[in-house]
Design a binder for this molecule. Structure first.
Ligand SMILES: *[C@@H]1O[C@H](CO)[C@@H](O)[C@H](O)[C@H]1NC(C)=O
Length: 199
């Protein structure tokens, strides 16, 4: 049966209302959560890579240019054998070789606090900011336990940014040297970091 002009008009009106309603709904919907394809972030075109980074950390205290500072002391300072509760902030240079003047590859920036009553051990909450080559501007986050008197300390990598998006892995720290001269103490620690990430 052929449509009368009135029927056609009504159909167009219904289509128009449907379109407008759908459009307004889409425009107003604020979708909080959604499963998306890994393609959307280009992840299927990338491979998960294991990267090994090796560098030296320099913690400088005392003198006129320290790289770490105590920001809070604990009320337990007088009685605690571990200075339990004291908190420090650091921005420590990371270099390619054990010499502080070798190439700068990054900075270790964050908080460490004495978190063990029985042995000296720190809660480490920090970012490594890389400044070299393809890693420049990328970061990894570390959240771990660091007992500095142990020969090897292992701390988890909990994530990353830039080339280290979706990172996971671990960092191994080994003491390299500790030198005190003219009231300036420099502790050098060797790091081996293993990171699974996409590239
Ligand atoms: C790293 O990036 C910063 C800022 O984007 C830039 O100023 C600096 O020259 C870069 N360093 C290297 C070694 O490419």
């Amino acid at each position: 049966m052929a449509k009368t002009p009135q029927n056609l008009q009504a159909t167009i009106m219904i289509l128009f209302i449907t379109f407008i309603t759908t459009f307004l709904h889409e425009a107003n919907s604020q979708q909080f959560s959604q499963a998306i394809s890994k393609d959307k972030l280009g992840l299927t075109k990338m491979t998960e890579t294991l990267t090994h980074l090796h560098f030296y950390f320099h913690d400088i205290t005392g003198g006129t240019n320290p790289t770490a500072a105590v920001v809070s002391q604990s009320p337990l300072k007088a009685t605690s054998k571990t200075n339990f509760g004291s908190v420090s902030m650091m921005d420590d240079p990371l270099t390619e070789g054990p010499d502080l003047n070798s190439k700068l590859v990054g900075k270790m920036q964050g908080i460490y606090g004495s978190s063990s009553l029985d042995e000296i051990s720190y809660l480490m909450v920090l970012n490594i900011l890389f400044v070299d080559e393809k890693y420049n501007g990328s970061t990894i986050g570390i959240l771990g336990r660091n007992p500095p008197l142990h020969t090897v300390r292992e701390m988890p990598i909990v994530g990353g940014s830039g080339v280290f998006r979706f990172a996971r892995g671990y960092a191994e720290a080994r003491p390299h040297s500790y030198v005190v001269k003219d009231g300036i103490a420099i502790a050098v620690v060797e790091y081996n970091v293993y990171i699974l990430h996409y590239n």
